[in-house]
Every structure is written in structure tokens, then in C-alpha cells.
Design a protein around this ligand. Structure first.
Ligand SMILES: [Zn+2]
Length: 210
């Protein structure tokens, strides 16, 4: 097997092929930005096995969404996230321009927090635990960069981080495939992290943007 992570299903779909090719060349070959070490071969193998276990329709969905967002973020300042579910697997995607995060560690932390909070949403709405794969796409100087995070274990997320992520990305009900805005209590700390009360920060009249 010269290309052990190309599933037969994926190579029958052009979008699956492009997504996998990006993974192989940028992640497996360690072509990542800065001094951050590349994922280990074991981590890459886990991620690719995770994707291979999803049906081609689901892989194509992930590929389509990720590639579309990858194109959208070029040259613009914005973020987007999505998630999809297949059996006991949760796929979380986050796309952004580089300007939205001051450094790489902050970007990875945000993706990790998003993935952990979506896992909690999964448990709360479906009553079972899941494996999750987080895929992050970020605009960099000369193109875009992918980041992947994978977890199969139970998760714990500090309340303030959960509030921040839900405020920014919404509260997902993964049993119904819906996402609703998070509404903090007026006297709660503002989930933006300002340390002011919500009513004096983003809860003040005329101020709702995350
Ligand atoms: Zn605020």
C-alpha cells in the first residue's frame, strides 16, 4: 500500500481526493508553518482512519464545506465553524483568516476548545460519548494552513472557556442538528472574557456581536 490513507471511497469523489491530498502533503510531510512540530505518523494515521470510517457521502460533505470555507477566508477577516455527526463520530470544522488570531497557539487553543465544547454538546443531546476530529483551516501569508486535532476520551472544559465558545459559536443540539445563540444571564460574567458583567458589556443595549 503506497498510499495507505487514501480510502477507496474517498478517491472516487473529487472533493474527497482534494481534501486527502491536502492532508497528505501538508500534514504527513510536515509542511507546516513556523516551528511547530508536525503531527506524528501515529496521529496522522488515527486521523485518516477516522475519516476512512465515515461513508463517502459524509467525507464529501466534510470536504465540500472545508474547501468552500478555505476559499472564502482568503483575504477576508472572518471566522466560521460547523460540525457534523456520523454514528459515534463527530467532525468539527473551524475556518478563519490569520488576522482573527494573534498567534498559532491561540488558534490551536480555540480549535481545541471548540472541539471539546461540541463533544459536551454531543453527550448532552445524545446521551453517549463520541470520538471527535477537529479540522481547522487558517489563512496564512502565502495560502492556507490546516490543523487537525483528534480525541477519543472524555473531556472536561472550564466553565469560562465553555461560555466563551458557546457565545462565539452557538450551542449545538447534535440530536437535532440545530444550533442556537447562547444567552448569558445579565449578571453573569460576559463570555467575551472582558471580566465585566454581561449587562455592562455585550449585554448592553445595542451591543450583541460576539
Ligand atoms: Zn463582553
Amino acid at each position: 500500500m503506497s498510499q495507505p490513507w487514501f480510502s477507496l471511497a474517498a478517491i472516487e469523489d473529487p472533493l474527497g481526493v482534494e481534501l486527502y491530498r491536502d492532508m497528505i502533503t501538508k500534514v504527513w510531510n510536515g509542511q507546516l508553518r513556523g516551528s511547530r512540530p508536525a503531527l506524528t505518523p501515529q496521529e496522522v494515521r488515527l486521523i485518516m482512519a477516522f475519516l476512512d470510517d465515515a461513508p463517502i457521502s459524509h467525507q464529501a460533505l466534510i470536504g465540500r464545506w472545508t474547501l468552500r470555507k478555505r476559499d472564502e477566508i482568503r483575504g477576508s477577516v472572518r471566522t466560521a465553524s460547523g460540525c457534523s455527526v456520523f454514528q459515534d463520530r463527530l467532525f468539527v470544522y473551524m475556518c478563519s483568516s490569520a488576522d482573527a488570531w494573534s498567534n498559532y497557539d491561540a488558534w490551536v487553543a480555540e480549535l481545541g476548545a471548540l472541539m471539546m465544547v461540541r463533544l459536551l454538546h454531543w453527550r448532552e443531546s445524545r446521551g453517549s460519548s463520541a470520538m471527535a476530529l477537529g479540522i481547522g483551516v487558517r489563512e496564512v501569508d502565502n495560502g492556507v494552513e490546516y490543523t487537525y486535532l483528534y480525541t477519543s476520551g472524555p473531556v472536561a472544559v472550564p466553565a469560562d472557556i465553555r461560555a466563551h465558545i458557546e457565545w462565539k459559536y452557538g450551542v449545538a443540539n447534535l440530536a437535532h442538528g440545530s444550533n442556537r445563540p447562547m444567552t448569558p444571564g445579565r449578571n453573569d460574567p460576559c463570555p467575551c472574557g472582558s471580566r465585566s458583567k454581561f449587562k455592562r458589556c455585550h449585554g448592553a443595549p445595542g451591543r450583541r456581536e460576539a
